[in-house]
Design a protein around this ligand. Structure first.
Ligand code: AP5
Length: 218
């Protein structure tokens, strides 16, 4: 299955994409994780992207499109993939289509703005792997440490409340039109990706059950 997960910052894209990766045994492609890895490595892409990310702005389409197009053509994506955080503008969706990358399902995770802010301020991240936790809603087994490696967890630079609010405004302005585009495409074009909107609010377990049910996965 080729799945696109779209949702606000903190909607749970990374959390549910990781669960789907385990369940379906297909790669999770997170553009946020790819960019953070490039920043950590001091790569040219990271140097260009870092300022945008820290300000809570999207990086320019040209920096991200080619990266994803190359990644989905790798051998491990032949049986499907989960795009986590891409596309998030109309231009990115059109580029994917023009590159001939087929998508089966677009899954929108819907969460109210105020719940997102509460989630982000409690998020703790294991940056090398992309695993995420929440201090109360999804705590690690040992406070402050990654469950698998035991390494310390971090607070992401863009999770400060002011930056989160800016990312939410940007989401409505830039990703809102993308959702309209996919909704219209699903309703009007045979063979277009299915469009599913799932309630991503509440507990991790409850929203994961809704995500799996919407995709027809037991
Ligand atoms: P990215 O890393 O993709 O950030 P984002 O879209 O802002 O999303 P987040 O990772 O913050 O949240 P999420 O939806 O994955 O939620 P999570 O599962 O962690 O991108 C970062 C930056 O990179 C962007 O701002 C931009 O600059 C750049 N970028 C990336 N892709 C780009 C693109 N395509 N184009 C341009 N620029 C791009 O969950 C959040 C927290 O909630 C966790 O702590 C989790 O444990 C907790 N939680 C609580 N309840 C639940 C629940 N019910 N379900 C799931 N999680 C829950």
């Amino acid at each position: 299955m080729k799945i696109v997960i779209v949702g606000m910052p903190g909607a749970g894209k990374g959390t549910h994409a990781a669960a789907l990766r385990e369940r379906l045994q297909i790669p999770q492609i997170s553009t946020g994780d790819m960019l953070r890895a490039a920043v950590a490595a001091g790569a040219a892409l990271g140097r260009k992207a870092e300022g945008y990310m820290n300000r809570g702005e999207l990086v320019p389409d040209r920096l991200i499109v080619e990266l994803v197009e190359r990644r989905v053509k790798e051998a491990d994506c032949a049986g499907g993939f989960i795009l986590d955080g891409f596309p998030r503008t109309l231009e990115q969706a059109r580029a994917l289509r023009e590159a001939g990358v087929g998508i089966d399902v677009v899954l929108e995770l819907h969460v109210p703005d105020e719940e997102v802010i509460e989630r982000m301020t409690g998020r703790r991240s294991h940056l090398p792997s992309g695993r995420v936790y929440h201090v109360t809603r999804n705590p690690p087994k040992v406070a402050g440490a990654d469950d698998i490696t035991g390494e310390p967890l971090s607070v992401r630079a863009d999770d400060a409340e002011d930056t989160v609010r800016k990312r939410i405004v940007g989401y409505h302005a830039q990703t809102g039109p993308l959702l309209d585009y996919y909704r219209r495409l699903a309703a009007s074009e045979p063979g277009a990706p299915r469009y599913i909107r799932v309630d991503g609010s509440g507990s991790v377990a409850a929203s994961r059950t809704r995500v799996f049910a919407a995709l027809g996965i037991a």
